[in-house]
Ligand binder design. Structure first.
Ligand code: GCW
Length: 693
């Protein structure tokens, strides 16, 4: 039975999956108003349909004659639609020019307006958040604007099943966009995409990249053979103010175009990209551009031709420019064929080494997409120093919503706090300069009138009815959208919003759920790889513990544990020199073992097991303590969930219960393997005498 019906909601509101944070009941107060939606563009038309459905599905009470809701882009509004008081308020209001929105309420009458229809979509999300508790009986003047231009979800979806699955690093079923080597075109498939678009546009997301950055032979043909079908998906997304991006293969001029080269400086290559892009841009409604993974993990790229990343990005940027589209050029470039015996190569340095020197060489519509940390989405990493090194380049931050290294949506690991820490991280701290937050690096180029700006997340959704595998992982998707819209939000409040919208819990239990989720990131950290050293996962699929799993591999991800100590020396004085990639304040702080924050100690330093942390215990005792405590915390969380479970839909209760059982099993395995490993290496017993194997 579809989720909506199970909850007594109109199933036509959400067809193939759960309504997540948009259950129809949230619109009950909106449904009591007489609603006028002005405009005929696709976004407004879709919004009108949604409001009509909600009026039926969400109707909680009698329509009150006095209540009116007017929704329309600025250009559609005229005095006849608004009462005189509201019309006056609108004259005084500062409606933002871009995708922001304004909500004005006067005397029971509410206006939602925006410069662009997409802004209405984001504004509707705000209305369902704020008016669910009741129609406003006081004046409201609320204006919001997004912090960056592009708030993007990158799907790592493949068209066919392969060694990495249908969705690479996907833990929530198959792709909602592709099946059996084709783009999904069926009515039910498009309805599901529509549900998705409704969900993500309500939290401010305005672009989706449909396919995996690893573009294989089949997906390369999204640019030609499958383009007509892609247009079907793009139309649905576009009608929600969401642009469509495609990942492209840098060697497509050869594989699709029949040329003998993909050299970005070859005129035939430039012409092929220009012609191909023109066809793509004129076929796809709301086409937003390309995402490129080049010269990275064996993908083709400009280096083959002795060209730079700037040369590569710029040939695509030139092809995209006439359509106001963007190329997101990923900076995840490192040597994945490293010899583990080679201590001079440091993967953490790679992105900065490759890209910092190219600052200023990229076209205005080329945006460098930088992973939040220097290595690869570990539970704890420092912030990538590359953010501080590109003052003349458009920069987008990339987060991983899908939980590749953080429990694969079997473990609860709420990441909003981690992302918020990254976005608020002041690159100039300790150094005396003006604060420069990562979120502002991402917004800076727009302020300078240059490149569009962006925040990107690797999506965590699939065909599972609850979208994300673990029902509580919906909150990661929600938090991504909200923080990309406004990086200044308090992640705990965002979590509170999500809990309030998704469930109907008594206040005390809602608080407990927020608490349980808010600490889940640090709980996950506590029973996995310690003190920022990362990895220790099983190679390949990356689930579960294997302390030495990556130690003697070509991937550049080592912890260097021996009988005396552990950690990676990345100092200038005695190590790889990575610390020098940071602005002075942080360079100094990380360089010195006495000032390096505990949680990153082993990322920056190789220390003896007996090294005393700022927190007071030795490294090895800290490992034991956190690993025992981590498992206990999971036990407590699972018990708390049992108190909450009776108040949520049965399917959710059961889903989360099962996931906690697996998390607990896995956390115990992590605890025992990590503790045993450290005990055997160091010979140091646990001061509390607990059982180590
Ligand atoms: O972390 C690695 C993943 C790969 C992924 C790559 C990337 C899509 O293990 O699966 O490839 O990052 O970000 O390109």
């Amino acid at each position: 039975m579809p989720y909506g019906q199970q909850n007594g909601q109109d199933p036509s509101w959400f067809t193939g999956g759960e309504p997540c944070w948009l259950p129809a009941r949230r619109a009950a107060s909106l449904a009591t108003a007489r609603t006028t939606v002005l405009g005929d563009d696709p976004v407004t038309a879709t919004l009108r349909e949604d409001l009509q459905v909600l009026t039926v599905a969400g109707a909680g009470g009698e329509a009150a004659g006095e209540r009116r809701l007017v929704v329309g882009a600025l250009a559609e509004l005229s005095a006849q639609h608004l009462g005189p008081v509201l019309a006056g308020a609108l004259e005084d209001a500062d409606v933002p020019a871009g995708e922001g929105f304004a909500v004005l309420a006067r005397d029971g009458e509410v206006l939602l307006t925006a410069a662009r229809p997409a802004g209405l979509r984001h504004g509707l999300g705000w209305l369902t958040r704020r008016f669910a508790g009741g129609w406003p009986d006081t004046d409201v003047t609320h204006v919001e604007e997004p912090h960056v231009d592009l708030r993007v979800l990158d799907h790592w979806d493949n068209m066919t099943d392969g060694p990495m699955g249908v969705v690479e690093r996907g833990y929530a079923g198959d792709s909602i966009f592709f099946a059996d080597g084709r783009v999904r075109t069926g009515a039910a498939d498009l309805a599901r995409v529509r549900d998705y678009a409704r969900l993500i546009s309500s939290i401010g997301v305005n672009a989706v990249c449909l396919n995996n950055v690893n573009v294989h032979a089949t997906e390369a043909h999204l640019l030609d053979e499958h383009l007509g079908d892609v247009a079907g998906l793009a139309a649905v997304l576009d009608a929600h103010g969401v642009r469509t991006l495609l990942s492209v293969d840098f060697s497509a001029p050869i594989s699709l175009g029949g040329l003998d080269t993909a050299d970005p400086l070859d005129e035939r290559v430039a012409a092929w990209w220009a012609e191909t892009t023109k066809r793509v841009a004129t076929t796809l409604p709301g086409f937003g551009g390309y995402v490129v993974k080049a010269d990275s993990e064996n993908r083709p790229g400009p280096h083959t031709y002795g060209r730079t990343h700037a040369d590569g990005a710029n040939v695509l940027a030139a092809a995209l420019a006439p359509f106001e589209a963007v190329v997101f050029w990923r900076c995840f470039v490192y040597d994945c064929h490293q010899d583990w015996r080679d201590r001079s190569t440091d993967r953490a340095r790679a992105a900065h080494d490759h890209f910092a020197g190219l600052d200023g060489e990229f076209a205005p519509n080329a945006v460098l997409q930088v992973k939040s940390g220097p290595v690869d989405f570990q539970v704890r990493e420092p912030v990538s120093p590359l953010f501080g090194a590109l003052p003349r380049t458009g920069v987008a931050v990339e987060f991983q919503i899908t939980q590749e290294y953080t429990g694969q949506q079997k473990h609860l690991c709420h990441l909003g706090t981690q992302w918020s820490e990254v976005l608020r991280f002041d690159l100039n701290a300790h150094g005396g300069g003006e604060p420069l937050r990562v979120a502002d690096v991402a917004a800076r180029s727009r302020r300078q009138g240059g490149s569009p700006t962006g925040i990107v997340g690797v999506a965590n959704v699939g065909t599972d009815t609850n979208w994300t595998g673990h029902a509580l992982a919906q909150a990661n998707l929600y938090a991504f959208g909200r923080l990309a819209w406004d990086p200044g939000l308090d992640p705990r409040e965002v979590l509170g919003e999500w809990v309030e919208q998704t469930f109907e819990l008594p206040a005390e239990l809602a608080g407990e759920l927020v608490e349980l989720m808010a600490r889940s990131w640090s709980v996950y950290e506590s029973y996995t790889a310690p003190l920022g050293v990362g990895w220790m996962v099983r190679p390949g699929h990356h689930y579960g513990p294997d302390v030495d799993g990556y130690e003697y591999t070509p991937w550049g991800t080592y912890h260097f544990a021996d009988r005396d100590g552990i950690g990676v020396d990345r100092t200038v004085a005695t190590g790889t020199g990575y610390t020098a990639q940071y602005p002075t304040g942080w360079a100094r702080t990380y360089e010195d073992v006495r000032t390096c924050p505990d949680e990153l100690l082993l990322f920056f330093h190789h220390v003896p097991y007996s090294h005393v942390l700022a927190g007071g215990s030795t490294v090895v005792q800290h490992v034991y303590d956190t690993h025992f405590a981590g498992v206990e915390a999971v036990e407590e969380s699972a018990a708390t969930w049992e108190r909450i479970a009776g108040h949520v839909p049965t399917a959710t209760a059961q889903n989360v219960r099962e996931r906690f059982a697996e998390q607990l099993r896995s956390a115990r395995e992590w605890r025992d393997q990590v503790n045993t490993y450290f005990f055997r290496k160091s010979g140091v017993p646990d001061v509390a005498g607990r059982r180590i194997h």
